[in-house]
Write a protein that binds this ligand. Structure first.
Ligand code: F6R
Length: 366
């Protein structure tokens, strides 16, 4: 069952080159610049003209939604709101005809997400489901949608379902953007090619597995950790923190790097590991200066950086280099080392990484 891997979580992390490939197969034709999403094709005019998009999800799926907010707004120029299903359903939300709701769920059974979209459906919104489990409740109640095709996810912490959710969200965003003629043909083609390259680059990152294990061992006794990122990668900082919490029981928080000085920087001392997502993007210089602010206060820094970039030992204690990618695509790659970091920290602490305490794979009660 675990195909030689010690845990399902590791197996599922390593499946990602294939699961993302499977998710894109028959949907993305990068050379021709064609995206086919048969599940939503019928509703494309409605989606393209949406006044706003509301994304509803919980947990890791919510993080996929938050990442999508950044790239949907950038490429489609449609306002996006990202809602925790549990909050949305109880606050008499304002939903109108013309709104498009995207529900994201691995299991397709999360009670809060299900009830939230039932409500929105009654109020006239179009519901798209991005779901992994075929025939699940959320898939059935949605008007249309796209499956993530990641295969069964056994590990309680979501890994391969998350990257497959992102893959579907990219396809959806680029398809809408092209229809609305919001991005140049050149940029559209570039993004399609970058997306097509994700499985290969994911495989390259997985080769860092043993190196990341050594980093995890070094920091396994930390009491608390911070994960920082900006822009497209801020949601990945949140996801990195959630993975570490779940799997290693180390307290962790994700923040936009620039928010540090508004409070969390008070936590920084020589015992605090701070994980920076510092790949090359429009924020790079700013992230580097955020790193200097942490170093000046003696925090330990683990950086995710772009291959070829020079990050000196004075700036970061440990650096994980990932292949170069466009900033829009970078979140789906940058999350991989964070999944491995969480996994190896949990294993180093001898914890049950496939079944962390107090957690259930699918949350069918509110
Ligand atoms: C975290 C995790 C949870 C789920 C959340 C939503 O690793 O697995 O946060 O993401 O419970 O579950 P789904 O996606 O099944 O609706």
């Amino acid at each position: 069952e675990k195909s030689g891997y010690q845990h399902f979580m590791l197996k599922e992390i390593f499946e990602q080159p294939k699961t993302v490939f499977d998710c894109l197969r028959g949907r993305l034709y990068a050379d021709e610049g064609k995206i086919i999403l048969s599940g939503i094709e019928q509703y494309l005019p409605e989606i393209t003209q949406a006044e706003r998009i509301i994304i509803i999800a919980c947990g890791t799926s919510w993080h996929a939604g938050l990442a999508a907010e950044y790239f949907i707004e950038e490429t489609c120029r449609i306002p996006v709101e990202v809602e925790y299903a549990s909050e949305f359903r109880y606050r008499n939300p304002i939903v109108k005809k013309g709104d498009v709701i995207i529900a994201i769920s691995q299991s397709g059974e999360t009670a809060d997400t299900l009830v939230a979209i039932e409500k929105a459906k009654e109020q006239g919104a179009l519901i798209l489901g991005i779901v992994n489990v075929v025939g699940s409740s959320i898939a059935r109640i949605s008007h249309a949608g796209a499956y993530t095709h990641a295969g069964p996810e056994i590990g309680v912490a979501s890994t391969k379902a998350f990257t497959a959710q992102l893959a579907v969200l990219y396809l959806t965003a680029f398809k809408i953007a092209q229809h609305r003629q919001n991005i140049s043909e050149e940029k559209y083609l570039m993004l399609c090619k970058e997306l097509e390259a994700v499985p290969e680059k994911t495989a390259q990152i997985l080769q860092l597995n043993e190196y990341i294990e050594t980093i995890a061992r070094k920091y396994k006794d930390a009491v608390s950790c911070l994960f920082l990122g900006r822009g497209y990668n801020f949601p990945i900082a949140l996801e990195g923190a959630l993975k570490l919490k779940e799997i290693s029981y180390i307290h962790a928080e994700g923040y936009p790097a620039a928010e540090m000085k508004h409070g969390p920087i008070a936590l920084v001392d020589e015992k605090l590991p701070v994980i920076f997502i510092a790949t090359k993007d429009q924020y790079h210089e700013k992230v580097i200066s955020n790193m200097q602010e942490i170093k000046a206060r003696k925090g330990k820094i683990i950086a995710i950086a772009t291959e070829g970039d020079t990050i000196t030992p004075a700036l970061a204690d440990d650096v994980i280099f990932v292949p170069e990618a466009d900033e829009i695509i970078s979140p789906i790659l940058n999350v991989i080392p964070l999944q491995l970091l969480a996994y190896h920290t949990g294993v180093a602490k001898d914890l049950d990484v496939d079944k962390p305490r107090n957690l259930a794979k699918s949350v069918t009660v509110e």
